[in-house]
Design a protein around this ligand. Structure first.
Ligand code: 16G
Ligand code: ZN
Length: 530
């Protein structure tokens, strides 16, 4: 090992300022922005090591997604666009928390343990959201990357899914797409326009929607998309960056509070969309003529996509194994619909995109969505190859070939590297257009069970540990029995309690058949947690 390479690592500017330990959690490191400079510096160092180990480009995204503006965060993206491998999450947590005087020895230790060849070139692809703290944090990361002689490819302000896309394209040498933002917009928008011109605009569908962009980077990306889409779809953007980021707006707010965002002119019964601060989550909603708010969340999006893909496969006479992956937050009605009506296997995994993504990879075509609106569809390479062959196969009928060609364009429209709010939005728009549906018709696919989610501050959330994909409490003793006892009193009742992996709180989710019982159910459970 050539240790001279480590001589630049000690850096007075990026000394560890806080003694509190911080953890690489569900979505990387996330906390108050002013506590993160040394974390970014060290993650820059780690990204270089990860790139050398994988002999591929690694992504480093600076964002705190739907959190308040004063927070920030960082996550590393592995070469195929997936979240950082679990073993390296532990390495990251350790590296970020060691004393400054132990930093160099810790790096040496990682190099030895992981058997890293330091002569391999390292490329780190960086991006950041629109937060005020992001440029300073990017500087810290870049200093870390350069201290270990890594190459920085910075894409400036991008959505999280754009950065995943850029990492994948860089590593697959254009197999997936061109590794530029133009490449991203053109790939998705061309596919969208292709499918649209093949379909007659009919029924209740109107090619116009209202978008709440959470005052985040999604507003920039949506404006850019509008240029590529031309008149095929009119996107009216609210919360477009001039207001406070994620403040009473955005997908997380709308989903949890079940109300429209602020600064939003909801037209009655009109298709409206909310995305989050880094544009990897999406929910649809509308307000009806009685001022009642309706949400069509990740579950509704997943079922719509699943049904449409099933139809296209049938039309093209292609048969693949479809699967849908959800978490325990999925509405019970959606799971029933998937299993009983669509007759597609539904699997439940723990919260966190890496779990959903990994499970979805097991199917030929794996659809995954969290109820909060993060999701995408993954197609096996062999599936794409078969569909491509079907498009040109002279033995197939014109109808079959048309359906296969639609499928191929649907695949191009989907950002398979991670959940992408804007790519998902264009996919939903395509399906509604194909069916000639307005948002009310889509909503009728199935009725959601009344549901509610609350956050609870507790003295120490680590006292609560869970099993069975986060739905059963193991500790403290007796808690789960008490919850079961309460839930058993409610028709179609379901309720679970788990500590959040991203915030210092406990989450309680409840659903049951009667809306008027819901508040009591969740309150009773909260009282035994407290
Ligand atoms: C993050 C996760 C999301 C999860 C949410 C809440 C990723 C990319 N995102 O946004 O999957 O639902 O945190 O997690 O993994 P929590 O309930 O553990 O706080
Ligand atoms: Zn997000």
């Amino acid at each position: 090992m050539e240790y001279f390479q480590l001589k630049n690592i000690p850096n007075m500017k990026y000394m560890r300022k806080y003694s509190d330990n911080i953890q690489y959690g569900t979505a990387g490191f996330r906390t108050k922005a002013n506590a993160l400079e040394h974390v970014l510096y060290r993650m820059g160092l780690l990204a270089v090591l990860r790139s050398k180990v994988k002999n591929a480009a690694i992504g480093l995204m600076i964002t705190a997604s739907h959190n308040i503006e004063s927070d920030n965060g960082v996550k590393l993206i592995d070469p195929a666009g997936e979240m950082l491998e679990a073993a390296w999450e532990r390495i990251a947590t350790n590296l970020v928390n060691v004393e400054d005087r132990n930093l160099v020895s810790t790096i040496k230790h990682i190099i030895e343990e992981e058997n890293i060849n330091m002569s391999v070139d390292a490329i780190v692809i960086t991006g950041r959201d629109t937060r005020e703290s992001s440029p300073t944090l990017l500087n810290a990361a870049v200093m870390g990357i350069k201290a270990l002689y890594g190459i920085v490819q910075d894409f400036g302000i991008v959505t999280t899914p754009q950065l995943h896309y850029l990492v994948v394209c860089t590593n697959t040498k254009s197999n997936y797409g061109d590794p530029t933002l133009h490449g991203y917009y053109i790939k998705i928008s061309e596919a969208f326009k292709y499918v649209r011109q093949k379909q007659i605009n009919n029924g209740q569908y109107v090619a116009e929607l209202l978008l709440d962009a959470a005052n985040g980077v999604g507003a920039i990306a949506a404006k850019e998309f509008q240029k590529y889409l031309g008149t095929t779809l009119a996107i009216n953007i609210y919360n477009d960056g001039y207001g406070k980021l994620n403040f009473m707006c955005g997908a997380d707010f709308v989903k949890v509070e079940q109300v429209p965002p602020v600064n939003f002119h909801a037209k009655r019964n009109f298709r409206s969309v909310s995305i989050d601060g880094d544009a990897d989550r999406i929910v649809y909603f509308y307000v009806d003529e009685y001022e009642k708010f309706h949400i069509l969340d990740g579950d509704k999006i997943a079922t719509l996509i699943a049904e449409y893909l099933k139809e296209l496969l049938k039309e093209s006479h292609l048969s693949f194994q479809l699967g849908l992956v959800q978490t325990a937050y999925a509405n019970g009605s959606s799971t029933d619909y998937i299993l009983n009506v669509l007759q597609i296997p539904a699997v439940c995994v723990p919260t966190g995109i890496k779990h959903l993504h990994n499970k979805a990879l097991e199917f030929d075509i794996g659809i995954y969505f969290e109820a909060n609106g993060h999701g995408t569809v993954l197609f096996k390479e062999t599936v794409i190859k078969t569909i491509k062959e079907a498009v040109t196969n002279p033995e197939r009928s014109t109808n079959e070939k048309e359906a296969a060609s639609k499928l191929l364009n649907i695949i191009n429209m989907i950002n398979q590297t991670v959940g992408d709010a804007l790519s998902d939005m264009l996919l939903v728009e395509t399906i509604l257009h194909a069916k000639g549906w307005d948002i009310m018709e889509w909503e009728k696919m199935y009725d959601d069970l009344p549901n509610k989610q609350i956050k609870m501050k507790v003295y120490d959330k680590s006292i609560i540990t869970t099993t069975n994909v986060g739905t059963q409490c193991i500790t403290p003793e007796g808690l789960q029995d008490a919850i079961d006892e309460i839930v058993s009193q409610y028709k179609r009742g379901r309720c679970f309690v788990r500590p959040s992996g991203t915030e210092d709180i406990v989450r309680i989710y409840a659903e049951c058949e009667n809306l008027c019982d819901l508040d009591k159910l969740i309150k009773d459970v909260a009282s035994v947690v407290y």
